[in-house]
Design a protein around this ligand. Structure first.
Ligand SMILES: O=C([O-])CC(=O)C(=O)O
Ligand SMILES: [Mg+2]
Length: 591
């Protein structure tokens, strides 16, 4: 405590007191009434937080009308607030009411962003308590539209921008960020934002949104989260011509120039935050996504959400679905439309699971899985050279030119869309699939809703209600023939918050594929009989904090088992430990 006290006197935020603190609770209790230890009584902590007008303008500490009379006196707030005081519950009620008044989702997004910038705890309280209602706003599909219009709706910057202009000075830029103890970074270069393509610097909405979920769904405290956008230009002509575009007005840097900037970035991150900071790659284009993961997975704690997170969530859904469609994983035949990050990532994890469960080599397990890309079924006789990440899927088969012919030729039991292109599961495709499957499993994973391979309504109608269906972006329940069908949401949001929490609480320094399987298994284990009875293959998002704790515990357990965990001793009950580390959005009392 000696040195900590000194730091406080020097004006460093108390949140920095214990850089080894896991996630939230513990450290922040310094503020709480519930942590009235001797240390706290002598800690002159008020030196470190703003007071008066600046306190009201500091989203991390502002409570608005919820400041008590005593706090108003102690922190020079008299007169700066109207006389009424409010509870956090009442503030939440008012804000939810206000948000529900907006008809346009983008307006709700902007209102929530403003709240996040004004009163962070209240923002997270809303998000946690109303997760199913607000997820489609802060996340897919609305976040996609927000990125497309980011320049026009831009007010205050969120996150850290690193562009080619900062080459050679990235460490310096990281040091400009106000927080020193960072546990999770989500970084994009904006080249493939959801299924919307290259949105350049405006992709920032994605790391910001993903990290809001890290806190709300996974309990990593907001100050430990850092959204980053790397701007190497954009090839989006419309944005380059847009007078409100916020990024570099140039074509994308590629090759050596790109690799050097990314390498400097990865080095600076490790130098500044150590080797236990999670770096989540998000929405990079295929070629860079695979290369970056391969290049840094043995030296950094990196995780590609689109390859690995999506893989774990889909494997969990497929394994859970076996209860509804029957058979074992290895008895099914999988056909993918789309052979990019998500498609090949999912395919590889399914093959790995089959291989482990049935004791066959992974090469053998892969033969159950077929992928179609823009040129047709991926087969070994393809004339054009295949990109490396597609090569494991080039099985022996005569050429097949498109999806419908591939469905007829392969006769899959599971159809998975990862193409980024909407409306590609046509009536003909789905009817063909339904013609030889009693209960076809259809996963239309592309985001946002506009890019979904089919809608819930189409999947249920064209299979006459027999499909088990889930999609990347949410769809409303649909009534068909007098019965209500509830589509599931197969989105990596189920996985990455808990996965990242598991890495953080174990102090993991590397991600191993077995940790993905552990996360997937934990998620599948959370689907209840009640969910299955409704035809669901995922648990509801309303239970996500519990789910995240289970995932985190399983991932952490695997990290210890594999010897990549550095937080010792290993907590005995990892689920309880994960839960105890989670950030609470309840207001703290200020003395
Ligand atoms: O953001 C989402 O909803 C899922 C995802 O990673 C993507 O589509 O790229
Ligand atoms: Mg993504």
């Amino acid at each position: 405590m000696e040195s900590a006290l000194k730091e406080v006197r020097d004006g460093v935020s108390v949140l920095d007191l214990d850089p080894t603190a896991a996630v939230g609770g513990g450290v922040e209790d310094v503020y709480g009434e519930d942590a009235a230890t001797e240390d706290q009584l002598v800690t002159p902590w008020t030196f470190s937080v703003a007071s008066g007008y600046s306190l009201l303008r500091d989203p991390q500490y502002n409570k608005g009308l919820a400041f008590t009379e005593k706090e108003r006196d102690a922190h020079y707030l008299r007169g700066l607030l109207p006389p009424a005081t409010s509870t956090q519950q009442l503030q939440e009620k008012k804000l939810m009411h206000n948000i529900r008044q907006y008809q346009v989702p983008l307006q709700k997004y902007m209102a929530l962003t403003e709240l996040q910038e004004r009163n962070e705890r209240l923002f997270y309280k809303l998000l946690i308590d109303n997760v199913e209602e607000l997820l489609p706003i802060v996340y897919t599909p609305t976040v996609g539209e927000a990125c497309q219009k980011y320049g026009s709706i831009f007010r205050r910057p969120q996150g850290l921008y690193i562009s080619l202009k900062e080459k050679g000075r990235i460490l310096e830029v990281l040091k400009n960020w106000p927080e020193r103890t960072i546990q999770v970074i989500v970084v994009t270069d904006g080249e493939r934002i959801l299924g919307l393509g290259d949105l350049g610097c405006q992709g920032m909405g994605i790391p910001v949104g993903k990290l809001a979920l890290y806190t709300a769904l996974g309990g990593v405290r907001p100050s430990a989260c850092l959204p980053i956008t790397i701007d190497v230009g954009t090839n989006n002509e419309q944005l380059l011509k847009d007078e409100f575009y916020i990024g570099l007005r140039q074509k994308r840097a590629t090759g050596k120039e790109y690799a050097e900037l990314l390498h400097e970035f990865m080095g600076a991150v490790k130098q500044n935050y150590g080797e236990k900071v999670v770096v989540q790659f998000e929405d990079f284009a295929n070629h860079n996504a695979f290369e970056l993961l391969a290049k840094y997975r043995n030296t950094h704690l990196v995780f590609n959400d689109d390859i690995q997170g999506t893989a774990a969530v889909v494997l969990a859904g497929v394994v859970a679905a076996l209860k509804l469609i029957g058979g074992t994983l290895s008895e099914h035949k999988f056909l993918f439309l789309g052979a990019g990050e998500a498609g090949t990532g999912i395919a590889e994890l399914i093959a790995l699971e089959i291989s482990k469960k049935t004791n066959v080599p992974v090469e053998e397990a892969r033969k159950k899985i077929w992928l179609v890309d823009s040129k047709g079924l991926i087969v070994s006789s393809r004339k054009e050279s295949l990109q490396n990440f597609k090569k494991p899927w080039a099985h022996e088969h005569e050429p097949v030119k498109d999806l419908i012919d591939a469905v007829k030729a392969i006769k899959p039991t599971v159809l998975i869309g990862t193409s980024g292109i909407g409306k590609t599961f046509t009536k003909e495709v789905i009817e063909a699939l339904a013609s030889f499957n009693e209960k076809p499993l259809i996963l239309a994973l592309s985001n946002p809703t506009s890019q979904s391979e089919c809608t819930a309504e189409e999947a249920y109608t064209w299979t006459k209600g027999r499909a088990i269906f889930a999609s990347g972006s949410p769809f409303d329940p649909f009534e068909y023939d007098g019965k209500v069908y509830i589509p599931g949401q197969s989105n990596n949001a189920y996985i990455f918050p808990g996965f990242g929490l598991g890495l953080v609480i174990s102090g993991a320094i590397r991600v191993h594929d077995d940790m993905l399987l552990a996360a997937s298994e934990a998620l599948a284990g959370q689907v209840s009989k009640e969910n299955f009875d409704k035809g669901l293959i995922y648990p509801p998002f309303s239970k996500i904090r519990k789910i995240s704790a289970e995932i985190a515990a399983n991932v952490a357990a695997k990290a210890y088992e594999l010897g990549v965990a550095t937080r010792l001793p290993r907590p005995e009950n990892l689920v309880k430990y994960a839960e105890s580390c989670m950030y609470s959005p309840l207001y703290r009392s200020y003395r």
